[in-house]
Ligand binder design. Structure first.
Ligand code: NAD
Length: 379
């Protein structure tokens, strides 16, 4: 039994601290405030005014802490878990300090901007016997959970095609895009993780075509429109369609097509109502952005984290999942930059011992050996 499964169910509200009250932080902080099994003890941000406004709005009891004074949080033995929703480049430092202080961490994707650092943070979690949960929110979406379950049961038969459309709305700020890590690591990782989770095999080849329609994004050496094709050992082909630019709402669709049929996860609207008359059919615009579309996922993610803290569940997303999606995202970006298809190998992800056993050096390869190279952990 893993160490964290020996924990006991909390009899009182689990004290949490949240780092970074921006777009993602507001969702998680609001969910913590509304969840009866936890409480927000600290809100940490560089912008303390933003935190004070939140405290006032939610009548929160959270103590506001400036980012540069976060030691008070790490040194507070009462804090059991931290939720990291600060910019990606700050994740490793915050997670490492919290893990070393004996706290569990729910960290927004990606855990780090590169695979070596990602592995280092996971190895520290393992060394400390703490949880590190990377927040791939789609794994908690009720529709996608149902789709994954039904694909697993064989309802579409042998998978021939897997398709996602992920078109962002609204266009993130240039300040955010500058430190986002680029569309492959910031956005495509969601689609790649979803694809591996549902397909349960690893692609052997990827080919990317991309373009940038937005001059300000091109100046960052990034792109806003991406088409990724992935070929799997079974013969299945995946197509991932990404855009930063959707003008009609947050467009999120998944299709799995196979020998026995198709499962399709359509866009949803705030009310789901359609109006039909002699002129045709009208519906509300689809959800505006991720806080609305994935509201249930973020709540589910927090519940899962609280269950992990109490040892009531096994983690649905583990180190290997995070490293694989980063590895494939890197290959997709390489294909875009070279114009060539990229062949993928996973051997190096399956052979190296954990980084902390090698005197603190990091290696992309610290993935459990018992895993089959072409198998992906199921939820
Ligand atoms: N899973 C999802 O759906 C999703 C959606 C959006 C963003 N994200 C991820 O969440 C993270 C944050 O993105 P965002 O869009 O919310 O960014 P944001 O810029 O809106 O917010 C970041 C916040 O962190 C604060 N901050 C900066 N440095 C800090 C530090 N050292 N300690 C504490 N707070 C600090 C900033 O002042 C700001 O309030 C990114 O890693 C991003 O990839 C995930």
């Amino acid at each position: 039994m893993p160490g964290h499964m020996n924990r006991t169910k909390a009899s009182k509200k689990i004290p949490l601290a949240l780092f970074g009250l921006g777009r993602a932080g507001n969702i998680h902080a609001g969910n913590i405030e509304k969840n009866p099994h936890c409480r927000l003890k600290y809100l940490v941000d560089e912008d303390v005014e933003r935190c004070h406004r939140f405290v006032e709005e939610f009548m929160s009891e959270a103590v506001v802490v400036k980012a540069s004074e976060a030691d008070v949080v790490y040194n507070d033995p009462e804090v059991q878990g931290i939720v990291v929703t600060s910019p990606t480049f700050t994740h490793p430092d915050i997670c490492l300090k919290a893990l070393k202080a004996g706290k569990d961490a729910l960290c927004e994707k990606p855990v780090a901007a590169d695979m070596k650092t990602t592995a280092l943070v996971y190895d520290e979690a393992e060394k400390q016997g703490r949880i590190l949960l990377c927040a791939f929110n789609r794994r908690f979406d009720p529709a996608l959970l149902n789709l994954e379950e039904r694909v697993k049961k064989g309802e579409v038969g042998q998978i021939h095609r897997f398709k996602t459309s992920s078109r962002d709305s609204p266009l993130p700020s240039i300040e955010y895009l500058r430190i986002s890590g680029g569309i492959f690591h910031d956005c495509a990782v969601h689609d790649i993780d979803e694809c591996l989770w549902i397909m349960k095999e690893l692609p052997t080849q990827v080919h990317t075509m991309a373009h940038c329609f937005t001059p300000a994004i091109a100046e960052l050496d990034d792109v806003d429109t991406v088409s990724i094709t992935m070929k799997f050992p079974s013969g299945a082909i995946a197509s991932l369609d990404l855009s930063r630019l959707s003008t009609y709402g947050y467009d999120q669709r998944t299709e799995v097509y196979g020998s026995k049929g198709m499962l399709l996860n359509h866009n949803t609207t705030p009310t789901g109502l359609h109006h039909s008359n002699g002129s045709g059919e009208t519906a509300q615009p689809i959800h505006h952005s991720f806080p609305q579309r994935y509201a249930a996922s973020y709540r589910g993610e927090l519940v899962h984290f609280l269950n992990l803290i109490q040892g009531l569940e096994e983690p649905r997303i583990v180190k290997k999942d995070t490293l694989l999606s980063s590895h494939i995202a890197e290959a997709c970006e390489e294909s875009h930059r070279t114009g060539q298809a990229v062949s993928l190998s996973y051997d190096h992800l399956l052979t190296s011992p954990p980084a902390h056993e090698k005197g603190g050096t990091t290696d992309v390869g610290s993935v459990p050996m018992e895993q089959d190279a072409n198998a992906v952990a199921t939820a």
